[in-house]
Write a protein that binds this ligand. Structure first.
Ligand SMILES: [Zn+2]
Length: 88
């Protein structure tokens, strides 16, 4: 079993190295819609998710995208602030 675990170890390391290089969007950690304040994953069903300048944005519905587009930076700040605060 030793060679097998070696291969697994190598794959894991390679995977981590790949991930560091990957330009993945910053995840949106808000549990509410930054536009409407509605709960995500609530009664409204699946959140409306898109990427804005490398930042993942989750809105409660597609209608909120219109408001987001009016002042994207305001909402991006909200999402990034939530990301900076550790969960208790
Ligand atoms: Zn909405």
């Amino acid at each position: 079993m030793k060679p097998l675990s070696l291969i697994f170890g190598f794959l894991l390391t390679a995977n981590l190295a790949l991930r560091a290089d990957d330009a993945k969007p910053t995840p949106d950690k808000l549990t509410t819609c930054p536009v409407s304040g509605e709960k995500l994953d609530g009664d409204m069903g699946k959140p409306y998710v898109f990427i804005y300048q490398g930042q993942e944005v989750k809105l409660c519905c597609q209608n909120c995208k219109k408001d987001f587009d009016k002042d994207p930076n305001k909402f991006i700040v909200k999402i990034r602030t939530a990301d900076a605060v550790p969960k208790k």
